[in-house]
Design a protein around this ligand. Structure first.
Ligand code: 5GP
Length: 189
């Protein structure tokens, strides 16, 4: 997606050869106009699938997922990283290892929000090792719902998550794929 790649080039900060910071439009401050276009692009890429629900993970996936949900007119569910006291025990749970925080945590989704007859589109901000996406896939499988595919805004193509999932037959759509973050620069695939 040209507009997205231009924005990454313009404002993205290379923190290391593995981490890109895009806080100014995705991970801290949100650019609603850009997110709207990102949402429309996901809808275009998954066209023809009878998607009934969007599933993401808090926090940074929520803004993007909401735009997709708005465009498709379907609900958006986000997995919780810390199970709140208000959430009952009827929930699907999966373990996720955080790439940026290097810790393992449980994600939970209340069973009432994922049904067997749902077709789920999984959305997230970044794809690195694919752990967050895998956790969301497991939650979807546990519910008996079908997965339409996975949409991520930025995939780091030099890390194995995206291709591992594609090798398992899952449609993974990334709007910007980064080849490397060497020499303090973003190089797209
Ligand atoms: P994965 O589970 O695929 O290893 O990592 C994906 C998750 O880690 C995303 O939800 C995202 O929040 C975070 N993440 C991974 N790599 C980066 C990165 O380079 N920059 C930012 N801002 N977040 C990242």
């Amino acid at each position: 997606m040209k507009l997205l790649k231009e924005r990454i080039k313009e404002v993205g900060k290379v923190c290391s050869e593995e981490i890109l910071k895009v806080d100014s439009f995705l991970n801290h401050q949100i650019d609603p106009q850009l997110m709207k276009k990102v949402g429309e692009e996901f809808v275009r890429r998954f066209k023809g699938q009878e998607i009934t629900k969007i599933l993401t993970i808090e926090t940074s996936g929520i803004a993007v997922a909401s735009m997709v949900g708005l465009e498709l007119n379907v609900p958006v569910v986000f997995a919780r990283k810390n199970k709140p006291v208000t959430m009952n025990d009827d929930s699907y749970v999966s373990k996720v290892k955080s790439f940026t925080k290097n810790k393992v945590y449980n994600i939970s989704v209340a069973t009432e929000y994922l049904q067997k007859d749902d077709k789920i589109l999984i959305i997230d901000d970044f794809m690195a090792m694919g752990q967050a996406a895998q956790g969301l896939l497991e939650v979807t499988e546990e519910s008996g719902a079908e997965t339409a595919g996975i949409g991520v805004v930025i995939e780091k193509g030099f890390q194995p998550g995206g291709d591992r999932l594609r090798d398992n037959g899952i449609q993974v759509e990334s709007l910007a794929i980064i080849d490397n973050l060497k020499d303090n620069q973003v190089t797209f695939a």
